[in-house]
Design a protein. Structure first.
Length: 318
């Protein structure tokens, strides 16, 4: 099976700037009307899904986007703040511009929260939801001081933007940083991606400079931590009211966790996992062996689950 498939670059003006991505025709059913929109993880980009595409044997039009401030999509203007509702509104405008009336959302990690909120806010537009490696936000103890710190951080980067030249890295440095920033799970020595996978992400995550490479993502986006501004009770309420078919895929060694996590916090998360399933009893849950980026590094492990879910959606719609 080929690692690469034909795709088209997509660029859509959504008002404040352009959202860019790649669009593929998967499977052999070229006339299939099913549309899938893929939302990547934190400081990743749409290339995160590229190795997965050849393994999607069900016919569909799949659009993977670079979320605002990521990959090749434009950065938010000064004064704007990155959060999940920004991604929701950007996605809504994008679908309106494309005139897509019904989609399956496929989301990984950071992209999961936007996909969940979008599915709740616009249920008529979402025929199915697939989430990978995030059940609920991992910063379960967000406090007002953290929110204030985040806002000050955004203001700081707005002030520096344009006044400071971007840092330039050698190829070796930028690969090492990309790998090190994706160490996951309680075994901190386990990298979520190796060099070959890092290079896939860096195709859109960096651009060449005469002296090396610079990041394409907005520094403000990389420091977005307001995951639970609305609280976990609110999030579980949303989960319990989702109307569309809902597939959850988790990797065995991949959950993104803070660098420092206590035994008490681990126990709290285990309790919250139980609470999640109490609120989402109708979700289909599967665990696969692999790291946080298993869809990128071992796509053949998640593809059968996705294909089976797509067939379910097709049968439902027909």
């Amino acid at each position: 099976m080929k690692d690469q498939m034909q795709y088209k670059e997509v660029s859509v003006d959504i008002g404040w700037g352009k959202v860019r991505g790649k669009i593929w025709q998967t499977g052999t059913e070229n006339s299939c009307d099913l549309k899938i929109v893929a939302l990547h993880g934190w400081v990743d980009n749409c290339n995160s899904f590229q190795p997965l595409i050849p393994h999607i044997t069900e016919g569909a039009t799949l659009l993977a986007i670079d979320l605002p401030g990521h990959g090749l999509s434009d950065h938010l203007p000064k004064g704007a703040r990155y959060d999940h509702l920004v991604n929701v509104f950007s996605l809504k405008t994008l679908l309106d511009k494309l005139n897509w009336k019904s989609v399956v959302l496929l989301a990984h990690s950071y992209g999961v929260l936007a996909a969940v909120w979008f599915s709740a806010l616009f249920p008529d537009l979402v025929s199915g939801l697939i989430t990978m490696d995030l059940l609920f936000p991992w910063d379960t103890k967000s406090w007002k001081k953290d929110w204030a710190s985040e806002i000050y951080g955004h203001l700081k980067f707005d002030k520096l933007k344009g006044d400071k030249s971007p840092k330039i890295y050698s190829e070796k440095e930028i690969i090492e940083i990309s790998i090190a920033s994706r160490v996951t799970g309680l075994a901190r020595e386990d990298a979520s991606v190796a060099e070959d996978a890092a290079r896939v992400l860096l195709e859109r995550g960096t651009k060449q400079h005469k002296d090396g490479y610079i990041w394409t993502h907005d520094p403000k986006a990389s420091r977005m931590t307001l995951w639970t501004l609305f609280g976990l009770d609110n999030y579980f309420h949303v989960i319990s009211n989702l109307k569309c078919p809902f597939l959850v895929i988790m990797s065995s060694h991949g959950e993104m966790l803070p660098l420092k996590i206590t035994e008490e916090e681990v126990n709290t998360r285990n309790h919250l996992r139980e609470e999640f399933f109490q609120h989402a009893p109708n979700c289909m849950y599967h665990e696969v062996q692999g790291s946080h980026h298993v869809h990128l590094t071992k796509p053949h492990r998640v593809a059968p689950l996705i294909c089976e879910f797509i067939r379910t959606i097709k049968n439902t719609e027909s």
